[in-house]
Design a protein around this ligand. Structure first.
Ligand SMILES: [Zn+2]
Length: 169
């Protein structure tokens, strides 16, 4: 029986980045002040080869997809909608943020990215982007059919990153 061939392709580009503001809540009653990072991402997908083209996925398709996803959160304040210590409300054109009941920030709504995550750690940002990428690849069909995993790394500082990997099998 022939071995099943598996390949992994990775992509990291100067334009698959996002410069965004955030703050993290810690254990107990500690919350960071608002600050920003120039986040970088790397996406990897694993799978078998498309028999016609001999690639796992068209790099152009993967690049365009990741650029779309990071553009949605670039130059935004990243807000974790599932954080139990934060009360984040949309009020007209604004978003108000209270921490443990005390008002803390008011942002213009268009400057915010309201994310379905519990904290804006690099772990959660990596998972968020990987899940979004997986759903978009699935919707695109075609090349994505033979994929076995999607992995996203998010780096917030040089040498400081988290990677989330989602198996599709
Ligand atoms: Zn930070």
């Amino acid at each position: 029986m022939a071995a099943r061939k598996q390949f992994k392709v990775s992509l990291t580009k100067d334009n698959i980045v996002f410069a965004s503001a955030h703050f993290i809540t810690f254990r107990g009653h500690r919350c960071e002040t608002l600050h920003g990072h120039n986040y970088r991402t790397r996406v990897s997908v694993e799978g078998g080869l498309d028999p016609e083209t001999a690639f796992v996925i068209d790099f152009a398709e993967l690049k365009a997809l990741m650029k779309r996803l990071v553009d949605e959160i670039d130059h935004r304040v990243l807000l974790p909608m599932q954080n139990p210590k934060l009360e984040i409300k949309e009020v007209g054109d604004s978003v108000t943020v209270a921490y443990e009941g005390a008002p803390r920030y008011v942002f213009p709504k268009r400057d915010c990215a309201l994310l379905p995550i519990p904290n804006t750690t690099v772990e959660m940002l990596a998972e968020y982007l990987a899940v979004r990428a997986r759903l978009e690849l699935k919707r695109a069909g075609g090349d994505a059919v033979s994929l076995t995993s999607v992995e996203v790394e998010v780096e917030e500082n040089f040498g400081q990153s988290a990677t989330y990997r989602e198996s599709l099998t």
